[in-house]
Design a protein around this ligand. Sequence first.
Ligand code: C2E
Ligand code: CA
Ligand code: CA
Ligand code: CA
Length: 277
Amino acid sequence: AKKEGRNTYQFYDVKLDKKTFERLEIENELRKAIDRDEFSLHYQPILNLCKNQVTGVEALIRWNNEKLGTVSPAQFIPIAEETGMIITIGEWIFSTACKQLKKWENEGFALSISVNISIRQFYQPNLIPMIESILKETNVSPEYLTIEITESMTMDVETATNILQDLKELGVNISIDDFGTGYSSLSYLKSFPIDYLKIDQSFIRDITKSKGDESIATTILLMAHNLGLKVIAEGVETKGQLEMLKKHRCDEAQGYLFSKPLPVEELEQFDKFKETK
Ligand code: C2E
Ligand code: CA
Ligand code: CA
Ligand code: CA
């Protein structure tokens, strides 16, 4: 590579610097984001497919920064993870979601909220006391809170089992997000105290066109039901996908077909949300 000449080097350096700079900028802005009140939560409805009713919503964080504009969670969550800021941000997410849940409960809406947690948060010793104290402060019933973890977090089976058991003792529900993408052994499913599997959207996308994807989805459904778990399909965008999922007795679904993730005010205008009252 050394022989490629000065220009190539310079080009490479400039590109690298730009990426590093962008990252640093995100990191710097991220540090001030909570104080500046730049985060919000959007909520995506989750429908029960038998009843055709909204049973809950998934909370998804949004970040709007003056300098950077809208930055997607796929971009800033990994940086928050690496820098440890996820701990503070994660606490803000739980607290905001639980306050919203209580507000809806007081207004007579019966629904639950799913909150995503990331790996560093999951293995952080303060996780259980943090959730416990937020539940206490907000006076939210834990059965209305679901925590979404991914398979990749459960590599250390023993530690993960202990954390999950502690979470279950709090009374919250546990869901395995992006199920099927984690390349992990399935044996954990019988020992982990979990309630839901979420079939990753990559398997839903071509479910009506690809026999392979249909088999994966139906196999996950059969296995989950045999283990007493409920299944949520995510990324449902078409009627065809929905019909296929119903045919195979999928319990719940979320996706653009029903609604994209919405800010509170817009969610409250959504017909099927109003019906939860
Ligand atoms: P995820 O937890 O798997 O969330 C699902 C993503 O799919 C969301 O993207 C959602 O907006 C999007 N989505 C929903 N319905 C559809 C659909 O029908 N079609 C398609 N193509 N996409 C759909 P989003 O909000 O950009 O979040 C991306 C990822 O960032 C999340 O993936 C999650 O891993 C992470 N994330 C988002 N919010 C939080 C949070 O509050 N805490 C943590 N730790 N991670 C978060
Ligand atoms: Ca999720
Ligand atoms: Ca997911
Ligand atoms: Ca995902």
